[in-house]
Design a protein around this ligand. Structure first.
Ligand code: AQP
Length: 327
């Protein structure tokens, strides 16, 4: 079975963007692949996190993995910081990464722009992400469009290591959904929907109450026209809402356009809100059940044990090849 690995940062409340771009596909892949799904807490601290919030969000993300359809008995669900090999291989790969490669990363440019001081971890984080993936010799990495550049770096680092020290790492392939790979912000369609956006109206959180979802969608920015038409260049806001609709209703964008021809934005937005609620409500119910059951920690402990068993031999091999004294 081919291996799949992906992760989500506990850097805020998971959004509909995280669900459509990532989580939803995780559940599907576990039937045909051996899967490793992590809560990447070491990545979250590349920007300041309030300790109590980090702990709560980490549990929430893990519970949302399971509530979204990942079976912890079938897939390996774990916290990145529980498998220490990530930090270790992360450092080793940092020493193989060039400054220029990291300077080119658009996510670093976005997250650091306008900030007076930026932590070094934000800069070197793509090397840690490479370690996350290569540690398991993952074949496939399901990510949204925004992570494509980081995955390219992972592939380059794997090639570099294999060339310098001999065949060690599998070169991973990105698995990017064709539609929904980039869900945009509700208040600004030039930015992706992001859980760390300080304006909560810019995203739909997976745990937003139905009435909050309705309100956010009714306030979502559109344009001065009234045509429900998919035209990402000319009508980016409406096109984003059509994408969300298509994803939540399992329809094509053309089917959505045809359904609302001549009807204006009002009925479209009202129905869209109900489509989103219909997707998120059952997940929210399962989420409450999981958090209430008290089983989450034991799932995470088992997941970390299995992940560590897979990761340790790879780390050992890397250290031996690099010339570390390994007993
Ligand atoms: N808006 C989005 N549309 C589609 N996919 C998305 N992803 C994130 N936002 C969107 C995908 O979700 C996975 C996990 O992402 P992450 O939390 O590790 O980091 P991120 O990409 O930086 O996500 P956020 O929400 O924007 O977090 P913050 O605000 O903390 O940086 C990835 O597969 C990502 O592609």
């Amino acid at each position: 079975m081919k291996r799949v690995l992906s992760g989500i940062q506990p850097s805020g409340q998971l959004t509909l963007g995280n669900y459509i771009g990532a989580l939803r596909n995780f559940g599907k892949l576990q039937h045909t692949h051996e899967c490793f799904f992590m809560v990447v807490d070491l990545h979250a601290v590349t920007v300041p996190q309030e300790p109590a919030a980090l702990k709560e969000q980490s549990e929430a993300v893990a519970a949302l993995f399971i509530a979204s359809g990942i079976d912890p008995a079938k897939s390996n669900v774990f916290m990145q910081s529980h498998v220490t090999a990530h930090a270790e291989l992360g450092w080793l790969l940092t020493t193989l990464t060039y400054m220029g490669e990291l300077e080119r990363m658009t996510q670093f440019k976005d997250k650091s722009s306008g900030k007076e001081s930026v932590g070094a971890g934000l800069f070197t984080y793509p090397s840690l992400m490479a370690a996350d993936i290569l540690l398991y010799n993952a074949d496939l990495v399901p990510v949204g469009d925004d992570q494509k550049q980081h995955l390219e770096l992972t592939r380059d680092l794997a090639h570099r290591f294999n060339t310098r020290y001999g065949q060690t790492f599998t070169i991973p392939e990105p698995y990017i959904p064709q539609v929904g790979a980039r869900i945009m912000s509700l208040d600004d369609a030039s930015k992706k929907m992001s859980k760390s956006n300080p304006n909560a109206g810019s995203y739909i959180a997976m745990l937003d109450e139905p009435d909050v979802i309705r309100k956010k969608i009714s306030r979502a920015v559109t344009d001065s026209g009234r045509e429900v038409k998919f035209d990402p260049q000319g009508k980016p806001e409406v096109s984003n809402l059509i994408s969300i609709y298509a994803q939540c209703a399992d329809m094509t964008v053309q089917e959505v356009e045809a359904m609302y021809e001549g009807q204006g934005y009002g009925p479209f937005k009202k129905d869209l809100a109900e489509r989103v609620v219909a997707v998120l409500e059952p997940i929210q119910q399962r989420y409450r059940d999981i958090r209430g059951s008290g089983e989450l920690h034991s799932f995470l402990r088992q997941g970390a044990e299995r992940a560590a068993a897979a990761a340790q031999p790879v780390l050992r091999q890397v250290k031996e090849k690099m010339g570390f004294l390994v007993f």
